[in-house]
Design a protein around this ligand. Structure first.
Ligand code: GLN
Length: 187
């Protein structure tokens, strides 16, 4: 049986764990390299990318996550998780630098300007619901990156082989479709 790790350093990892469990897949919190070694895919939650970065560096998790990603482990990052995956970050520093995209942090405005939206995602047969909270937007994507969804002309769901990223939070509104898609990616 597949074990899905949720990077549990900061942010809304509990919501991701609950959603993954609701699909019937075991979700385990990951805070150490040993816990990472025990999972076969990883979700990086939303939250504050600078805090997640600090804690990941302090916990010696960056190298092992990068190594596992290069080895083909599927990773799904939402919002701050997307920032942490990106190779290029405007108004911030790259952490894992795995996905060939440029993200701009906080591009959709402040907390008070948060909004919910339905977006069409390639391969999912109904609109996907999500919340944008101080969300990053994508300024450019490299040739290996597939844009699975755009909102108002900007890519918001992206896939690069085993890596999946969304600007918004499906996990905060009980939207399971993107997680199901992520869980279907081959290991
Ligand atoms: N603005 C946050 C950051 O830069 C991301 C916000 C979120 O994850 N909802 O990390």
């Amino acid at each position: 049986m597949t074990k899905t790790g949720i990077l549990a350093l900061q942010g809304d990892f509990r919501e991701h764990a609950r959603l993954v469990s609701s699909i019937g897949v075991a979700a385990v919190e990951v805070r150490t390299p040993a816990q990472l070694a025990d999972v076969d895919r990883l979700v990086i939650p939303g939250g504050e990318s600078t805090t997640i970065a600090k804690l990941a560096l302090a916990g010696d998790l960056v190298r092992p996550i990068r190594d596992r990603a290069r080895d083909g482990m599927p990773i799904f990052g939402t919002c701050a998780g997307m920032i942490v995956l990106a190779e290029r970050v405007i108004d911030g520093d790259p952490l894992l630098a795995l996905m060939d995209v440029t993200v701009r942090r906080n591009a959709y405005g402040r907390q008070a300007e948060s909004f919910e939206a339905d977006v069409d995602v390639d391969g999912i047969d109904h609109p996907v619901h999500g919340v944008f909270i101080r969300a990053p937007w994508i300024e450019d994507v490299g040739p290996e990156v597939r844009v699975l969804s755009s909102y108002e002309g900007r890519p918001v769901v992206l896939q690069q082989r085993n890596l999946l990223a969304a600007s918004f939070h499906p996990e905060l509104v009980g939207e399971t479709a993107l997680h199901e898609f992520f869980l279907s990616l081959p290991r």
